[in-house]
Design a protein around this ligand. Structure first.
Ligand SMILES: Cc1cc2nc3c(=O)[nH]c(=O)nc-3n(C[C@H](O)[C@H](O)[C@H](O)COP(=O)(O)OP(=O)(O)OC[C@H]3O[C@@H](n4cnc5c(N)ncnc54)[C@H](O)[C@@H]3O)c2cc1C
Length: 88
C-alpha cells in the first residue's frame, strides 16, 4: 500500500512538474516566440508548439505547422503551407 502510494505520488509529481513548464500564450507574449530559423545559431532550427508558427498556442496544429516551417527553413519544402502562407 505504502509503495503504491509513493509510486502514485512520484507519477503525479513528475506530471505536475512538466505541466508547470508548458508554454502558454498570455497577452502580448507572441512577439517573444522564436521562429523556425530564429535560434541565433545557423545550424539550429526549432520546431514545436512553443515556437512562432502563426497559431501560437498549445495544440497539434501549431506543432505540425512548426514542423513544416522548420522543414521549409532547411530545405525550402513544403513551398506553401496551407493557412499559414495564406495569412501572410
Ligand atoms: C493534457 C494535454 C491535453 C492536450 N490536448 C490537446 C488536444 O485535445 N488537441 C490538441 O490539438 N492539442 C492538445 N494538447 C497540446 C498538444 O499535445 C501539444 O501542442 C503537442 O503535443 C506539441 O507537440 P510538440 O512536438 O511541440 O511537443 P511534444 O509533443 O511535447 O514533444 C516534445 C518531445 O520532446 C521530448 N523531449 C523534451 N526534452 C527532450 C530532450 N532534452 N531530449 C530529447 N527529447 C526531449 C519530449 O519527451 C517529447 O516527446 C494537449 C496537451 C496536454 C498537455
Amino acid at each position: 500500500m505504502e509503495v503504491c502510494l509513493r509510486v502514485n505520488l512520484l507519477a503525479c509529481g513528475s506530471l505536475l512538474a512538466r505541466a508547470f513548464r508548458y508554454v502558454l500564450t498570455p497577452p502580448n507574449s507572441t512577439q517573444f516566440r522564436i521562429p523556425a530559423g530564429g535560434s541565433g545559431f545557423a545550424n539550429l532550427v526549432v520546431a514545436g508548439d512553443w515556437t512562432k508558427n502563426g497559431i501560437d498556442a498549445g495544440c497539434a496544429e501549431a506543432a505540425s505547422t512548426s514542423g513544416m516551417l522548420a522543414s521549409q527553413h532547411i530545405s525550402g519544402y513544403p513551398r506553401r503551407i496551407k493557412d499559414y502562407t495564406d495569412q501572410l
